[in-house]
Design a protein around this ligand. Sequence first.
Ligand code: NAD
Length: 477
Amino acid sequence: MKIAVLRERADGETRVAATPETVTKLIGLGAEVAIEAGAGELARFPDADYQTAGASVGNAAATIKGADIVLTVRRPAAAGLAGAAAGALVIGAMDPYGNEGEIAALAKAGVTAVAMEFMPRITRAQVMDILSSQANLAGYQAVIDAAGAFDRAMPMMMTAAGTVRPAKVFVMGAGVAGLQAIATAKRLGAVVTATDVRAAAGEQVESLGAKFIMTDALKDASGSGGYARELTKDEQAAQAELVAGHIAKQDIVITTALIPGRPAPKLVSRAMVESMAPGSVLVDLAAERGGNIELTQPGKTITTVNGATIIGFTNVAGRLATSASQLYSRNLVSFLETLIDKKEKVLAVNWDDELVKATVLTRDGAIVHPNIKVDVAPVVAKPAAAKAAAPAKSGATGKAAAPKKAAAAKAEIAPAAPAKTAAVAKAVGGKVKKAAPIVAPIAKAAAPKQEAAKAAAAKAAGKPAAAAKPSTAKGKK
Ligand code: NAD
């Protein structure tokens, strides 16, 4: 039984699907593990550490050859899987909605694509929940990014030179990411408020020492499976009224609101952003799904006419590539433990298991998941090699990879192109501000500041981190 881990090909992807630690565990399950050279480079896992753990390291073709299981972070192109065993399990975040053609290509290549993000949120599968493990880190990083861009201190400081007031942080959406953002902002000493459309979130927010804000007009918009439902027009208006009054007094806003299968709800309008004081910072964790803030530009950091900063990183978990890879790869191992017969050291998939049924997208040449609608005529499953083009060249040396990371990071903070919508003159603080591009580059020395913020967070984390625990523990069953 061979498990292959390829270098991620997606732009800006820094994570890797196995670490030296999980390689040891996979070998313990009876697998032979092959890692493509450079696969862990961007997450700071050198090839030598994988070899020490017992994996072979080679080029892409050697890695994939005969693999029964391929572990990935992002959905790989079908062509990159040429050489895998017929019906090989390809396990990762498949992002199938809107990418049905790619899923059909995987079906045609004869592999069994498994979408980890479809893992049911049941007790047994908590340990395999990649959405939670990555959202938790993203919520933390959002606050660190905000602190890095914020020109003032987060905690209250009483010094001989006078008192610095604490920053006011408002978190919108108190799911996994939001609760971790609240806990992190509290640890940095901010005064934190939060909102959500699920009434149950209120108790969780308050257990972290933050104040829950919710309008009476919106009693509870819980949907199925613990997720939120989309709001009606009236509910949206009531929420907007509540938020508009509150946001004007905030220094930092972190938005995390998502609704399964829908674009991210727009919660913060241009007018709301422009009501905030200069130097305010907004981090939109929903940027990858279109954003919760009207002005967000996914993948970019911008400043608005009134001097607020909007940070729209996509793949925020990837900004903590080492931690994110560690947790993600452990999620994968936990799932694999249910797919392998440890005694016989062979794959033993129970196709009737609810975890398998929920996550398998393609099998035997066809799309088999009920939620993915593409007409693909079943084809006889053949070794992927027979169908697909040659695998991408293995060029992932440490040297090649490092500049790529720099380039990716740069792309994320690259100056925004001037928006089409030229600025409207806007009264701020009684003065009429001169018209300026609505977005302007802020690639200002963010990196050193971020380091400082990281150090501050590490220091703050020295305090009992108990607050972080109820945040995840409470919300789960
Ligand atoms: P998510 O990523 O889908 O959404 C993030 C948050 O945004 C949610 O809390 C949602 O209610 C909120 N939201 C949606 N629309 C909003 C709006 N208009 N305004 C304000 N907030 C809005 O959610 P998630 O982080 O995946 O968590 C969803 C739920 O699932 C939570 O209750 C969480 O604790 C629970 N959960 C359970 C398990 C488990 O294994 N049982 C695992 C993870 C999460």
